[in-house]
Design a protein around this ligand. Structure first.
Ligand SMILES: [Cu+2]
Length: 484
């Protein structure tokens, strides 16, 4: 009991310490900065990677497979290397990654490395950055990840179908100074939509897509319903959460485990936030530092999803619902008491909201009168009144600061994802926020707005889109073109 309190007290002091020297960024001036200063701060944050010379060669075979969903008859899924989720690749920062994709699917496919700053031609966007990989063909992705953290990969051809069928995996890039956790666990969060007989709902025509997004009736962690994870009392655990679902926002509740968010979308945070519950929207990753109290031996902790989806209907899970269980068995000999990892170089970009927006992106819908005669959906999801293909290309200069404003006229929510760059949320629904981290995916809330600041650092034409995959399929995509 005493040791438990000691650990808690230590934890409290760590949070106090980091908060006192981290909030607002102690190394960043308190007065308002200029756009030029924001650029310098962002470039310092990115830094440069020291190449290790190590090459990892991985094979990924995408193919249909029969998998049991835990109820009724087995379902036909699509999988990387015969498993859903696909493999987790772990590499060190500075290592080179070569992944050879073999397409055994009945459709063309690609791989997009979500959040990973890759050369533009390795980004996996069909007809924009590469020619799609046809059935029975191969393609090798070759890049050196530029940032440590938790990332994931998935197809960018018919993503609403290919990701939902089971094509996704995780890429972890480790820093050389990773703390010595007792366990480093990945939880891939998803939901699956099944028929009453347990088979997979096999409907992906644009004509019949659920415009609130496909919400499943079974919530899964690493492909299983309500799995149990074993830990020991006193263990320090790094939990890497990845939301690969098409449309579901997860609000996980982790009661009693002294949990702090240490990274968002791969990037370590500048100051720790101790939390019992937090949101993770489609595309997002959140890394949590957990400390299992010493007096928890023998207990089982339910990890629930508490987000209520007002779009959920027809048997789709609404929540709250238990997603996984943590069973505490035994006790560690030594409690690890290192400081939770953070980084000191997250600028607060104070004053960025005083700069007028350079670009506005209005997310909306429109009726599609061509739908009767084409294979398109009846509702189009638009950015500035245009669907992808008819969209205006946003021209950006490398190494400049831009303010962007996203508005939402749809009454639905949209996870905004921009390829090839991290950005900082400056305001949400008109209220300034100072998130102590950069991200690659942020929630544009129901009828809300989102203000962000970004500094392009990699050349090329990059996709920017709603990561609610049905919306992306129905047109909600655009591009930014970064030139010197
Ligand atoms: Cu959307």
């Amino acid at each position: 009991m005493e040791a438990g309190w000691g650990a808690l007290m230590f934890r409290f002091l760590v949070v106090l310490f980091v908060a006192s020297c981290g909030f607002g960024g102690s190394i960043i001036a308190a007065e308002n900065g200029s756009a030029a200063q924001f650029v310098k701060e962002y470039q310092a944050f990115l830094g440069t990677v020291q190449e290790t010379g190590v090459i990892h060669e991985f094979d990924l075979v995408a193919a249909p497979i029969q998998l049991s969903l835990g109820r009724g008859k087995p379902a036909m899924r699509w999988a990387y290397n015969g498993q859903v989720p696909g493999p987790t690749f772990r590499v060190k920062l500075g290592d080179r990654v070569k992944v050879t994709l073999t397409n055994k699917l009945p459709q063309a496919t690609t791989i997009h490395w979500h959040g990973v700053r890759v050369p533009n031609k390795m980004d996996g966007v069909p007809f924009l950055t590469q020619t799609p990989v046809q059935p029975d063909k191969k393609f090798t992705y070759d890049f050196i990840p530029q940032d440590a953290g938790t990332y994931w990969f998935h197809p960018h051809v018919r993503s609403h179908e290919q990701v939902e069928r089971g094509l996704f995996g995780v890429l972890i890039v480790e820093d050389e100074n990773e703390p010595d956790y007792d366990q480093d666990i990945v939880w891939v969060l998803d939901d699956i939509l099944t028929e009453e007989d347990g088979s997979f709902v096999d409907q992906f025509s644009l004509k019949i897509l659920d415009t609130g997004g496909r919400l499943g009736n079974i919530l899964t962690v690493n492909g299983s319903s309500k799995p149990v994870f074993e830990v020991r009392a006193g263990e320090r655990v790094r939990l890497r959460l990845v939301n690969v679902s098409n449309a579901r926002n997860f609000r996980l509740s982790i009661p009693g485990l002294n949990s702090s968010i240490i990274a968002v979308d791969g990037n370590l945070v500048g100051s720790l936030q101790q939390v019992d519950t937090f949101n993770i929207v489609p595309g997002n990753r959140v890394d949590i530092d957990l400390m299992v109290p010493l007096d928890f031996d023998g207990q089982t902790i339910d990890i629930a999803n508490t987000f209520f989806h007002r779009e959920a209907g027809g048997g789709a899970a609404e929540g709250p619902e238990v997603m996984a269980r943590i069973a505490v068995k035994g006790q560690v000999k030594t409690v690890k008491t290192f400081l939770a990892p953070t980084r000191a170089d997250i600028p607060d970009w104070k004053g960025a909201l005083d700069i007028a927006p350079d670009f506005e992106f209005d997310f909306d819908t429109s009726l599609n009168f061509d739908a009767l005669w084409t294979d398109k959906g009846f509702l189009s999801f638009t950015i500035n009144n245009k669907v992808y293909g008819d969209h205006d290309i946003t021209a950006l200069k490398n190494g400049r600061f831009y303010r962007m404003r996203f508005t939402n006229g749809t009454g639905l929510y949209h996870p905004v994802h921009i390829h090839g760059v991290f950005f900082k949320v400056l305001a949400r629904d008109g209220i300034p926020v100072n998130e102590p981290y950069f991200r690659d995916t942020a929630l544009l809330d129901y009828d809300g707005s989102l203000e962000i600041g970004i500094v392009p650092a990699d050349l090329g034409e990059w996709l920017s889109h709603c990561h609610l995959l049905e919306h992306a399929a129905l047109g909600m995509k655009t591009t930014i073109d970064v030139t010197e």
